[in-house]
Design a protein around this ligand. Sequence first.
Ligand code: ADP
Length: 259
Amino acid sequence: AEAQLRQVQKMEAVGQLTGGIAHDFNNMLAVVVGGLDLARRRIDGPRRELLGHLSNAMDGATRAAALTRRLLSFARSEPLLPERVESANLVESMRDLLDRTLGERIRIRTNLADDAWPVFVDALQLENAILNLAVNARDAMDGKGDLTIRTANMKLAANEVGDIRAGEYLVISVSDTGCGMPKEICERAFEPFFTTKEVGKGTGLGLSQIFGFAHQSGGEVGIESELGKGTTVSIYLPRTEVEHDNVHVHPSAQMASEE
Ligand code: ADP
């Protein structure tokens, strides 16, 4: 019976993972196709603009390749690779991708803490999470508004946010000036396959994946939304003390990954 239960749990995990990967892969293909389409239409336009669209397409394709590598490593049962991540570098490295994904009518502001604590997480998953939040924000703003990415250091008491353990956390939040959500939707937003978007536009997996990522990393995720004003999604990740890659993990992150 125990083996059966494990099998069921494994199938659930595989189902969630493939659904999540299909969702990310789709996002990345949208970036590739969008970049190529713009390049095709501006083929006689300024060279710099053309190169921008092409490098955006390449960026999307590179991310998609990294994702399939991750899928292969999962199939071989290799663990995902957490590493020491400096959030400011990660956010800055996504700037071009975000600019082009969000379009000209969405202004991107960043408010990054100078002394932001490093974290120990799978960098690709964190990038995917931020990209997912940006795409949700774009949809909520109908293509026009302000998107703000903030990082801050926070000391939290147990259960101050969701099921969080007491400790030191880096919080990365993405805010938009979009339509916001009524309470009923906000409460269900993290459920897998819950979506209010039309077929083909949403899978309902973006936020549930972020929930999974935050928990696997020993952190939490929180959402605040005001109808007609906007939404902020915050990802809390445990501070890591390490100076080198792949050495010690913050105790709370280690406990979570062993669960
Ligand atoms: P999807 O974007 O594919 O629908 P998500 O899990 O990312 O899946 O989001 C679930 C639902 O939560 C969305 O369909 C939408 O109703 C709501 N939502 C998510 N992010 C926002 C946001 N920034 N503003 C308003 N509503 C949002």
